[in-house]
Design a protein. Structure first.
Length: 441
């Protein structure tokens, strides 16, 4: 058994025993109250699932196993000569709750290289699609096509013991994560570069090899991809892509089907697709103003006009955060070091100074600060990756790290089929009427 799997087995078995005892003693204790606004409002904020890999704090932002993004940039192992954390190290941390050593991170990097071969039929499936097929549609189809290699599916059909579900899920997750950069880069090159594909370079780490296969040259871009793939990896369990992966996985669908469910959620305009909407909005603003270097006053005038037309400012606001997104700040600091004179980068920074004050003045915006989407597109454009309809695929490759490590935990802890109870509107009205009647007596 490999060292990461061994460590995961030891930790998950111990926690499974602890949880069983804990629930026996405290299982009937209430942890939340549900309001009608939450019932009708997408279950916003309802505490209803366990998600070990990350937690979102309204002030401090996302924490991965208790570590903030600034802490991760300091503590996680880095490529030789590099300054940004390796995503391999974050996956290790999320899976077993321990910061890996450089040797452990290198072992995982080598594992993903060895598992990265994509079946030929997946490339044939992709080549059969129209080139104008949205990249996220291509990604979902490609991942589904690889389900033929699912170890969980094969072993389940052979009569696998339920105590081994986690083992097969771990293998599928490792294989899928290893392959994602290859198929995602293939999608990019066939869609935007006439199928001029670039072979993987197995001397590079997971993130750097992805950058190489995309065809974006330069060590700085490799560094940015390592940072990007780290900070987008997880966002606790209630966000749409994480929850969708968990929900599908709770049916005992394998990692390929489960991850594809999460990617269909990520493709929605209210979730991962928002990152392309930000850069589209910026380009539209620049075209409208007739300049690539607008003043803060010009930006303010355009923003006010957008709001007056009943439209939102993409990249600003967050359902949970009440401070600037630490993922935005991490990208801003990267830009300050590597591309301080970037034309579009400066526009993003000026928006950061202008937009929050305008949104605050509305008096009804809970969080006027930028989120992660407000910055990433500008950096990608600077490095030459201008095809913003592809951006959500990058997001999806990163998000695999969090949702698949959590899927392993769900299987190891024996989490059941997710099946919440729904109610009709007439039932709700009856409950409210009975409550009013009791209070009036």
């Amino acid at each position: 058994m490999d060292p990461l799997k061994q460590k995961f087995q030891e930790k998950s078995e111990a926690l499974k025993i602890e949880i069983k005892s804990f629930l026996k003693e405290h299982g009937n204790q209430k942890v939340d109250e549900v309001t009608l606004k939450q019932v009708f409002g997408g279950m916003r904020g309802v505490k209803s699932m366990v998600w070990e890999t990350s937690q979102l704090d309204p002030i401090d932002g996302i924490r991965f196993r208790g570590q903030s993004i600034p802490e991760l940039r300091e503590l996680l192992p880095k490529a030789e000569g590099g300054k940004e954390p390796l995503p391999e190290g974050l996956f290790w941390l999320m899976l077993v709750g321990e910061l890996p050593t450089e040797a452990e991170t290198k072992w995982l990097c080598d594992q993903w290289k060895n598992r990265s071969a994509v079946p030929d039929h997946t490339f044939k499936v992709l080549d059969a699609l129209p080139k104008d097929c949205h990249p996220m549609t291509q990604l979902c189809i490609a991942v589904t096509s690889m389900q033929t290699d699912s170890i969980f599916s094969r072993r389940y059909s052979e009569g696998m013991n339920k105590n081994e579900y986690w083992d097969a899920t771990y293998e599928d997750s490792m294989n899928l994560i290893a392959r994602l950069p290859r198929i995602s880069a293939y999608i990019y090159r066939r869609t935007y570069h006439n199928g001029d594909h670039i072979a993987p370079d197995f001397t590079l780490d997971w993130g750097a090899n992805f950058a190489h296969m995309l065809g974006i040259k330069g060590e700085d871009f490799k560094s940015f991809m390592r940072l990007y793939l780290t900070i987008h990896a997880d966002h606790e369990g209630g966000n749409a892509s994480a929850h969708a992966t968990h929900l599908v996985g709770s049916t005992l669908s394998d990692a390929y089907h489960s991850f594809t469910g999460g990617m269909h959620a990520l493709a929605g305009p209210l979730h991962g697709l928002a990152n392309q909407e930000v850069i589209k909005w910026i380009f539209k603003m620049l075209d409208s103003l007739g300049t690539r270097s607008p003043s803060k006053a010009q930006i303010a005038e355009y923003v006010n006009g957008t709001l007056a037309n009943g439209q939102v400012i993409p990249g600003y606001g967050h359902a949970v955060l009440r401070q600037p997104d630490p993922r935005f700040i991490a990208q801003k600091r990267f830009s300050e070091e590597y591309i301080p004179d970037g034309e579009i980068i400066k526009v993003v920074w000026n928006c950061f100074e202008v937009i929050p004050e305008i949104l605050k003045g509305l008096g009804k915006v809970k969080n006027p600060w930028p989120n992660v989407d407000a910055h990433s597109g500008a950096i990608l454009v600077h490095y030459g990756l201008k095809e913003y309809s592809y951006y959500t695929v990058l997001f999806g490759v990163s998000r695999a790290l969090g949702v698949l490590s959590s899927l392993c935990w769900s299987r190891a802890l024996g989490f059941p089929l997710e099946r919440p109870k729904s109610v009709t509107y007439s039932m709700i009205k009856k409950i409210v009427e009975e409550d009013i009647s009791v209070k009036s007596q």
